[in-house]
Design a protein around this ligand. Structure first.
Ligand code: COA
Length: 260
């Protein structure tokens, strides 16, 4: 895969995607959104990739937002079309059938926080700064921020962050549950790799169904969600890997999962 604005590499079952526009603090222009979509679709089909880690190049920014140059001058119809493309990418990431970890290595503002929100897990470096500053530009979040932030941290905190447009540091992001963990910038890559490796060791179909169960359940009543979970649990019981996993436990050995 050759990209203008991304670096991609595969290593130890991890598919790395690094957004690479450091001179613009990795701001998401249309081309980058398109390339991200292509990179995710390619990793989805790649049997050598079990977990994806998404990060930004350099030591300053994960993603400093949607490209403000492209936002300037959009009319109602063009603005709607513009954000729908980012939303499409965020749905691909959110519903990805392998775990996706955001390694938030600095500024993650606007579309940067939204991109991280679409990932399954967020690990931040201690220099990370997050927030939804769109109202300062006369806009609102459009890549899912109003929806996913409220679902993740609760309505009150989402209102506070989005209406003030304020930037919070990594410690505050951890306190409110916006990120799962904070480590030093030096440790960020290693911490994400360690977490990714712990996931990659598990049965791929179980990971896929667990993601589906958690994502799908949030839109359902508890009863509907429990039925949904039971259906997916049944599907995992029908996999070869669940036979192998349970058998290996009983035989006191490590399982060898085939992703079937
Ligand atoms: N879109 C387009 N370009 C951006 C950008 C964005 N979201 N964020 C940063 N850049 C560009 C700057 O314009 C600058 O480009 P230039 O050197 O050609 O002038 C370059 O990236 C470096 O940014 P700069 O502002 O000089 O760095 P800084 O360290 O002084 O400030 C930020 C860093 C993140 C605080 C500041 O860049 C910023 O506020 N960015 C916009 C954040 C935002 O509102 N995001 C939401 C968009 S919806």
């Amino acid at each position: 895969m050759n990209f203008e604005n991304l670096e991609v590499k595969k290593q130890d079952r991890i598919g790395w995607i690094t957004i690479n526009r450091p001179e613009k603090l990795n701001a998401l222009n249309s081309e980058t959104i398109k390339e991200l979509q292509e990179a995710f679709v390619s990793y989805q089909k790649d049997p050598e990739v079990s977990v994806v880690i998404l990060t930004g190049s350099g030591e300053k920014a994960f993603v400093a937002g949607a490209d403000i140059g492209e936002l300037a001058g959009l009319d109602a119809a063009a603005g709607r079309e513009y954000v729908l493309k980012g939303q499409e990418l965020s749905r691909i990431i959110e519903n990805f059938d392998k775990p996706v970890i955001a390694a938030v290595n600095g500024y993650a503002l606007g579309g940067g926080t939204e991109l991280a929100l679409a990932c399954h897990i967020r690990i931040a470096s201690d220099n990370a700064k997050m927030g939804q500053p769109e109202v300062k530009l006369g806009l609102i979040p459009g890549y899912g921020g109003t929806q996913r932030l409220a679902r993740l941290v609760g309505k009150g905190l989402a209102m506070e962050l989005i209406l003030s447009g304020k930037t919070i540091d990594a410690a505050e992001a951890l306190r409110i549950g916006l990120v799962n963990a904070v480590v030093s910038l030096d440790e960020l890559k290693g911490a994400c790799e360690k977490l990714a490796a712990s996931m990659a060791a598990n049965a791929p179909k179980a990971l896929e169904y667990a993601i589906e169960a958690i994502n799908g359940g949030l839109d359902k009543t508890l009863d509907e969600g429990l039925h949904f979970e039971a259906d997916l649990f049944g599907k995992t019981c029908a996999t070869e890997d669940s036979k192998e996993g349970t058998k290996a436990f009983l035989e006191k050995r490590k399982p060898e999962f085939q992703g079937k």
